[in-house]
Design a protein around this ligand. Structure first.
Ligand code: FES
Length: 122
């Protein structure tokens, strides 16, 4: 019996896209999320949705940067900088024109403030 190592090429490891809202990173999109809408809802991001299937257009969202792929073909006319989060997934890191107000996000203190906090403990 011979051991044959699995050939993992770098291409087989795709980095989970970072989803940001108006420049604020909010989540990592991974295999637990079926759609971008589901991922946003999990983080309590305020979005509109109705059909959740790409035909009503209620979830139409502006993309500031990044790109998406569609799971089902949208039946709504979209501009080049728009997406339907209910039926797409991010291809790359993506920045959406949605507010972070009310969203569950982890905001880290700037490095210099963390350093100051540890100095005061010593
Ligand atoms: S919720 Fe209807 S198109 Fe997204």
């Amino acid at each position: 019996m011979t051991f044959k190592p699995v050939n993992f090429s770098l291409a087989s490891f795709k980095k989970a896209p970072i989803v940001s809202l108006q420049g604020q990173p909010v989540l990592l999109f991974n295999q637990q999320h079926l759609t971008l809408l589901e991922a946003l809802e999990q983080k309590k991001v305020s979005t509109f949705s109705e059909c959740r299937n790409g035909f009503c257009g209620q979830c139409k969202t502006k993309i500031i940067s990044g790109s998406v792929s569609y799971i089902t073909e949208p039946l709504v006319t979209l501009e080049a900088d728009e997406c339907l989060p209910c039926c797409c997934v991010p291809d790359t890191d993506i920045d959406l024109d949605l507010s972070v107000d009310g969203a569950e996000i982890v905001v880290r203190a700037p490095k210099h403030k963390q350093h100051q906090a540890s100095e005061s403990v010593e």
